[in-house]
Design a protein around this ligand. Structure first.
Ligand code: FMN
Length: 237
């Protein structure tokens, strides 16, 4: 976590060992679902899911968790026959979005089907790729707990920038070029039922300082749009 704080006390409690179910075999056939875990239906996760789907010859189905928030049981039921789930989601507070965590919990309680393969396609707002490690680890641990196979994933930084750029220039060109290569590896793994080592990508040939400058400017623009003086963003209470 990136909190600035002092740790006063640390407690260790004995808990029962986690139940690890037997690894189930993958069902024959079955489809691939790109499960969008963002609350923004038209956001970056959805756009990246579309890019991945193009590489999968549009054979995958895109489903938004946000449309099932009041009935996640139904979503678990609908995913029960799916072979590959690609979690297309943003990094929220250095971890998984809470709607994805809720879905995981309901899966643990309700799911009784066969094994699955879980992939990740994630993006984040900041620039530093190592911050995605907790998200990948959480999905991999949950997959193990469920008896699913973790297939690996692609993590992209500067999502707000790349999300805009890919609508203006081809994904394979410019700052997103390495991400495009990473996405191809992910698509190949999904198609050939393989596992990859998690891929972390930052914008190519796009200085971090320039990214921060652009991001800061956009906060000022948003502040003005909302009738706030940009100086107020730095006010200390
Ligand atoms: C509640 C919330 C928490 C976020 N936390 C982080 C974070 O910890 N680190 C980061 O780099 N970006 C963070 N972001 C930025 C998003 O990951 C980024 O804007 C992403 O592109 C959003 O994807 P989406 O359009 O699919 O929602 C956060 C955004 C929101 C709304």
């Amino acid at each position: 976590m990136n909190f600035r704080c002092h740790v006063r006390e640390v407690f260790f409690e004995e808990t029962e060992d986690d139940y690890v179910p037997e690894k189930r075999t993958l069902p024959e056939g079955g489809k691939t679902v790109l499960l969008v875990g963002s609350m923004r239906n038209n956001g970056n996760s959805s756009k990246f899911a579309d890019e991945l789907n193009k590489m999968l010859d549009n054979q995958a189905e895109k489903i938004f968790i946000s449309r099932y928030l009041n009935n996640l049981d139904l979503l678990v039921e609908e995913l029960s026959k799916v072979r590959n789930i690609v979690l297309c989601m943003p990094l929220y507070v250095d971890g998984l979005p809470s709607q994805v965590i809720r879905l995981f919990e309901i899966f643990e309680k309700k799911y009784e089907g066969s094994g699955k393969k879980i992939y990740v396609l994630t993006n984040m707002g900041l620039y530093e790729k190592q911050q995605l490690v907790n998200l990948f680890t959480a999905v991999s641990l949950w997959s193990r707990k469920m008896g699913f196979e973790y297939g690996g994933g692609l993590g992209m930084t500067a999502g707000e920038l790349i999300g805009v750029l890919i609508q203006k220039i081809p994904f394979r060109i410019g700052p997103s070029s390495r991400m495009e290569k990473g996405m191809r590896k992910l698509a190949d793994a999904i198609r050939s039922d393989k596992t990859i080592v998690d891929i972390y990508e930052e914008p190519h040939h796009f200085p971090r300082s320039l990214y921060i400058m652009i991001a800061n400017k956009s906060w000022n623009i948003q502040a003005r749009k909302n009738g706030i003086d940009p100086k107020d963003l730095y006010r200390k209470l």
